[in-house]
Design a protein around this ligand. Structure first.
Ligand code: GLN
Length: 527
């Protein structure tokens, strides 16, 4: 493939098969990805921190376990990237914020522990909007991540680092977190796959909280089966997370395989009338209707569905999320975590140090949301804002409940547009918030959702198709996503990422300046 190592472009499942048959070692596979990161990440800036020594030690351990005949999980030895919102023991965890620039957690997040136990070497920590607030990764305190399809464009957010790492073949798998769309929207904008599991299906222990009733950790991958295999590794009950569901992980990998074999006959697929039409880019809508035709051709029935309360989802989210965030972020008080800044003038008191630290440590978007959330929760306004938003949340949940009486899954475009240019929406928070108009209702209802590549829009950039299922029915996501992926890849003659301009080539990034994504910007992928 244009000279790029075929090992890097394989799916995670294919890599796992090569490892199982001892055709490659985890050390070779991990080293190949570290080399790729060294070659292209100066241009993409998907990583805030790479961990070559840690990853290679873990790879050696995976190889040794295999040599010793241990019974290993399917993905053992396949490397992974981890969003920097997840605590990693002994390794800096910044959440994309200056306030945590020196925080070294004393423990692993449960999902990190699980991937380590399953023997997936951790390549590094990926870039993100500060505290996962944003849709472009431009709100990172450490500089933006760029979209591998076009380095002048954003990869989406907040998990743009994880999506770009996977899309640029720097990692076959990644972990993300999704509060309002931060796994699914970057997946759509980078031509990758991202899933938000049922709320409680994957542990939040060690995930730095933004909005606790909405946050969920999930898999990022290039292919549907890979995402399902990773979902199976990280899912399941965790006594350390009080909202963790005490039920087994749904049979997601089996469902993905069933779907990839084209088996979705008889499934009832609802199309949400409110998630489409005005405000959506024509090319996004075209690819979405083609996907519907494909699903119908495979024997599913496609049924129009109306969810009238969805029009209030965005305003309700932007009251509930900042309210919870303003409370969660109160812990960054200069005493317990992160940096401590003393005021330049005046007395040194608890209040003045706290104020100076938060002023210096938080970026504009985080401050905006803390102010909004504190206002919405204040006495006299609580019922009018937070209380009413919670009522809207109930109405949205009822819309979904009504829909499940008639359909098994719901579908929509993941994001209304393709990847936009860096800087384009940075000074317009409302335009940025609108990126998540189709993903937010899912978090408000706690149900699972996945985004799969839908093909290229009129501008030659990737689009995403979103599939939603009832709580705990995550398997349906992978079945329908698998069927769609198989049919579309047959049409395209391979995965969508194969069509990325220059993405599989070599050397283009060699001229980019090293550092924090500040290399020369060129139109078109330079990879
Ligand atoms: N983009 C949305 C926001 O800014 C969602 C973020 C997320 O899912 N973490 O809040």
């Amino acid at each position: 493939m244009n000279g790029m190592d075929e090992l890097l472009t394989a799916s995670a499942a294919e890599m796992a098969a090569l490892l199982a048959s001892r055709q490659i070692s985890s050390v070779e596979l991990t080293q190949a990805h570290l080399d790729r990161i060294a070659e292209v990440d100066c241009a993409v800036h998907a990583f805030l921190q790479t961990l070559p020594e840690v990853a290679l030690a873990e790879a050696r351990a995976a190889d040794a376990a295999r040599a010793a005949g241990e019974d290993l999980p399917e993905l053992a030895g396949v490397p992974i990237a981890v969003k920097d919102v997840l605590a990693t023991k002994g390794l800096r965890t910044t959440c994309g914020s200056k306030i945590l620039e020196n925080w070294i957690p004393a423990y692993d997040a449960t999902v990190v522990k699980k991937v380590r136990q399953a023997r997936l070497p951790v390549l590094g920590k990926t870039n993100m909007d500060e505290f996962a607030m944003g849709s472009s990764t431009e709100h990172s305190a450490y500089g933006p991540t760029r979209n591998p399809w076009d380095l002048a464009r954003v990869p989406g957010g907040s998990g743009g680092g994880s999506a770009a790492a996977v899309g640029a073949f720097e990692a076959p798998l990644a972990l993300g977190s999704d509060t309002g769309g931060s796994i699914r929207q970057p997946a759509a904008l980078t031509g990758t796959v991202g899933a938000k599991p049922t709320y409680g299906g994957v542990s939040r222990f060690g995930l730095v909280a933004m909005a606790s009733s909405l946050d969920q950790v999930g898999p990022v991958a290039r292919r549907v089966l890979d995402a399902a295999l990773l979902h199976a590794v990280i899912g399941g009950h965790d006594p350390k997370d009080q909202t963790s569901l005490n039920s087994p992980v749904p049979p997601v990998a089996a469902a993905a395989r069933q779907g990839l074999a084209g088996d979705i006959k008889g499934l009832r697929i609802g199309v949400v009338a409110e998630l489409g039409g005005r405000g959506y880019q024509p090319g996004v809508l075209d690819r979405f209707s083609e996907a519907l035709t494909i699903l119908e051709g495979l024997g599913a029935s496609v049924i129009p569905v109306s969810c009238p309360s969805f029009k209030f989802a965005l305003p309700a989210y932007y009251l509930i999320m900042p309210s919870e965030a303003s409370s969660n972020l109160a812990r960054f008080d200069a005493m317990r975590y992160g940096i401590r800044v003393e005021p330049a003038t005046g007395p040194i008191t608890v209040e003045t140090v706290m104020g100076a630290t938060r002023e210096a440590g938080f970026g504009d978007e985080v401050k905006r949301r803390i102010i909004l959330g504190t206002y919405a929760l204040s006495a006299g306004y609580y019922d009018a804002y937070y209380g009413n938003a919670q009522k809207v949340r109930t109405l949205i949940q009822q819309d979904f409940e009504n829909a499940w009486e008639d359909v098994d899954v719901l579908v929509s475009p993941t994001s209304p547009t393709t990847a936009f240019k860096l800087g384009e929406k940075l000074d317009d928070p409302l335009a940025m918030y609108l990126q998540d108009v189709a993903t937010i209702p899912v978090n408000l209802a706690g149900i699972p959702g996945i985004s799969v590549p839908g093909g290229l829009a009129e501008d030659g950039l990737p689009t995403g198709v979103q599939i939603l299922a009832p709580a705990r029915a995550d398997a349906f996501l992978y079945q329908v996503a698998g069927a769609l992926e198989a049919a579309l890849e047959a049409k395209w003659g391979g995965p969508l990422l194969d069509q990325a301009p220059g993405i599989l080539g070599q050397g283009g990034a060699a001229g980019a300046a090293p550092g924090t994504g500040g290399g020369p910007i060129s139109e078109g992928g330079v990879l």
